[in-house]
Write a protein that binds this ligand. Structure first.
Ligand SMILES: *Cc1c(COP(=O)(O)O)cnc(C)c1O
Length: 564
């Protein structure tokens, strides 16, 4: 076995469609990163939690009101139990931690193991058995316990598995920020944690790498320091070690991770600028996210790449050569992907959509900043567009977090708009948005819409999945699209408002682009539209993938061993 280079810690990992241990983009990125590591044969392991009830099943009634049910799935059907055990202490109780392994198989025959931590162990107190119940469920206490489990339990598990000298610990978002504190405790050993030396701190910092994902101060994971005290005890070294990183009586996971990492990066260039404003005391680099190309390319488009770019499965730089694919082949293959989506839409909703109509897709977590119902801000204008240039139809998907009432109301508003628009503009909302549906949805529409409130979208990745499938984006110039956008060549921008509070200007730009640029091109010049589709593959598919991303991590983040 090659020596391990990187241990990758993430609160959620989407490793397999049958393993429901993720909620959205963060978990998908983690899964895609580990898949690319396996492809490249880079020695990594993943560490995450098991979540026996998953995130949740989404139920939508006829008004679009969401309710939730726990997911039931069988870990042993998809994961392999390992013998290793470790313990963490919570409120004075010893909590036994076990793990399950999933092997990610790469294209060249290498594997990357992912360990799912699990506290549903006979010996544990019932309250502790529930710790690996649901993802992002429960209250602050529950979440901090899970973060203790990830950071402290995760390190303990790696040691129990025999991993000792790991050059890099990569924290995917701040949830894992107790990990460097656990490393510090290892350094201190029996010593007094109040007297941690600079050399000990440096030793920890030189092993940690941190990717921040949250561009808004309020979005960062924070806990009252008293909560940590109640979990780990006044005298517990973890509590003491946390103190210098926790001003104002607050445990701010991002601040800990920033202070304890030799390399910190944001997930797009724009997000780097936002993060440097948020954290002026830290140097923050940028490595723009990607998606795992083979995972997210639909079967008909993959067949096209196999024919014209045979090396693409192993090396995605070659997707540049997709420029040689005849435009009629692009259209034919896309038509197959669209047929698959329309069949799935009919199966799920009974709605039969028109395969010839310009079909817009919007699917992501139903969070307020993503503004899923933005397109429906002016229904009269939308109807005029349809009258003037031809039919439009829109397919939505996305879950609102169970406690996000605002997010749930957005789904209801989309249902209302659907009722108002009737047959003038067909709208379908597909429930249970997950990676399986995402693959069909991103590939099958003609246009991928993205209208977050800038600068809230740190990167966004669903538009990258669309690009790999030759689906152009119409998007606000936020996150990755600020880099991926070449007007009229990879898709289209939604112009910015001079005043960020003036959504009207953005909305006018969105409608204008649809009415005067995109729909006319789609209906009157299909080959010119296909050329934009191919542009998305060539320029964006070849770049916004996790293979390129991981190569940048290896070069810039993993191989610099000293603080820079
Ligand atoms: C890709 C993906 C996401 C992330 O999409 P964004 O555009 O980054 O919001 C979320 N959920 C699922 C199921 C996905 O496949």
């Amino acid at each position: 076995m090659k020596a391990l280079d990187v241990a990758y810690f993430s609160m959620e990992v989407a490793v397999d469609p049958a393993v429901p241990t993720y909620s959205g983009g963060l978990g998908v990125l983690a899964g895609d990163t580990l898949r690319s590591a396996a492809d490249l044969g880079h020695p990594m392991v993943g560490v995450t939690l098991l979540y026996r009830q998953g995130y949740f099943h989404q139920l939508l009634d006829e008004h679009g009101r969401q309710s939730e049910e726990p997911v039931s799935w069988s870990p042993k059907a998809h994961l392999e139990p390992v013998d290793a055990r470790c313990q963490i202490t919570i409120e004075g109780r010893i909590v036994q931690v076990r793990a399950w392994r999933y092997l990610v198989h790469g294209v060249t025959g290498s594997d990357v193991p992912v360990y799912f931590l699990d506290t549903a162990v006979e010996e544990n107190d019932p309250i502790d058995r529930e710790l690996t119940g649901t993802l992002y469920g429960g209250d602050g206490r529950y979440r901090l316990c899970q973060e203790l489990l990830l950071g402290v339990g995760g390190l303990g598990m790696l040691r129990a598995l025999g991993y000792r000298d790991i050059p890099t610990y990569h924290m995917n978002e701040g949830h894992a920020a107790l990990l460097p504190l656990a490393l510090l405790l290892e350094e201190v050993g029996d010593g007094d944690p109040r007297n941690v030396s600079d050399a000990q701190r440096t030793s920890v910092r030189n092993r940690c790498v941190f990717t921040t994902h949250t561009p808004i101060a309020a979005g960062h994971d924070r806990f009252p320091i008293d909560l940590l005290r109640s979990l780990t005890g006044d005298e517990h070294p973890l509590f003491l070690a946390a103190l210098p990183y926790s001003p104002n009586g607050e445990l701010n996971m991002t601040h800990i991770a920033l202070a304890c990492s030799r390399y910190v990066n944001a997930v797009s260039q724009l997000h780097q600028e936002t993060s440097e404003q948020l954290f002026p005391d830290h140097v923050i680099h940028a490595i723009t996210n990607g998606v795992h190309a083979v995972t997210w390319t639909s079967p008909p488009i993959a067949a096209l790449y196999d024919e014209y770019v045979p090396q693409w499965r192993r090396d995605q730089f070659y997707l540049r050569h997709a420029g040689n694919i005849p435009l009629t082949d692009v259209l034919d293959s896309h038509f197959q992907a669209k047929a698959a989506l329309l069949a799935e839409t009919e199966r799920r909703t009974g709605t039969r959509l028109d395969p010839k109509a310009l079909t817009i897709g919007f699917a992501r977590r139903a969070a307020v900043y993503k503004r899923p119902d933005f397109l429906f801000s002016d229904l009269d204008r939308l109807k005029r567009i349809v009258d003037r240039v031809g039919p439009l139809q829109v397919i939505f998907g996305g879950k609102a977090h169970p406690r996000d009432d605002e997010g749930k109301r957005i789904i209801e508003r989309i249902y209302q708009a659907r009722g108002t628009l009737g047959s003038q503009l067909c709208v379908a909302y597909l429930d249970e948005y997950d990676v399986t549906l995402g693959k069909v949805l991103c590939a099958g529409v003609d246009l991928w819409l993205n209208n977050p409130q800038k600068p809230h979208e740190a990167s966004g990745t669903s538009g990258m999945k669309a690009a790999l499938n030759g689906v152009p984006s119409l998007s606000v110039l936020d996150g990755w699209w600020n880099e991926g956008h070449v007007e009229g060549a990879t898709g289209w921008s939604i112009g910015e408002s001079a005043d960020p509070e003036r959504a009207e200007d953005e909305l006018a730009s969105l409608y204008d682009k649809l009415e005067y640029v995109i729909a006319p091109l789609f209906y009157r010049q299909p080959l010119a539209y296909a050329s934009v589709m191919r542009g998305a593959m060539v320029l964006n598919g070849s770049f916004f993938n996790t293979q390129r991303m991981l190569l940048q991590y290896i070069r810039d983040a993993y191989s610099t061993r000293e603080m820079n």
